[in-house]
Design a protein. Sequence first.
Length: 262
Amino acid sequence: MAVQGHYNHYDDPDEFWDDEPLEPRRTHRPRSAAVPPSTRPESSASSLAPLSQQAVRSDRETQPLAIQYAAGSSLVSMDLDGGFLPVSIDFSSGWRTHVAPHEVSDELMSAYRAAASMRLDRLYSTGRLPSPQEISETAVPDRRKILMVLLETETWEQFSETSSRMLRDAEYQVYGRAETSDRYFAEVVADRTYLRSIKISSSWPGSTDPHQLSDEILRCAQQIRSLRPTFEARRDYSRYTEADLEYHLDRHRERLLDERPI
């Protein structure tokens, strides 16, 4: 809601600002402990809210690291979505025979790393450096989206929280359905871009059952998918340049600061 004395141009979506300046089976590779590269900035969240110049430059400052390959598993493979989360898991016929309960977690994580590496390999094989947003749909939004989303905040508190959520990382620890009275048998930990660990209890009777394992891991992936933040602008800003958006975001930020409760 606009405050007396401040006409909010950008609350009207039809107002034009012309009065202002304008998956195949994985093969074995040399074993490595490497994890997929991160596409997030290294700055701490406390330095990012309220919005700083780092926020609107984040897409230029965040560059993907070199690809690091992992060995994978000959007994299980995964397909991943655009946010590096499993959407299907394929177990070989020899899984029950050759994988002991205490090896399940390592085999699943090796398969995940191999799937992530293969997806990155395809992205980098185009001959150009992909943007963080092309690598992962959950990466820090590009500069233009940051500007558009922040223009639609309505209070200083919302502005500050939104700008921080767009840039900061978070850890998500989720669990499967199978449990005893005091523990879950499947645990998955992820950050904003990748899975960081898959842990399956060796004491769980279903630890070597492909169907139960697949259900548990995909359930965890869906929980992470729902917890990760998403950002979309509601209005059409296609007719505005980034310079237009930056100019009006500066004015919007000043107005929200002035309207803060004292």
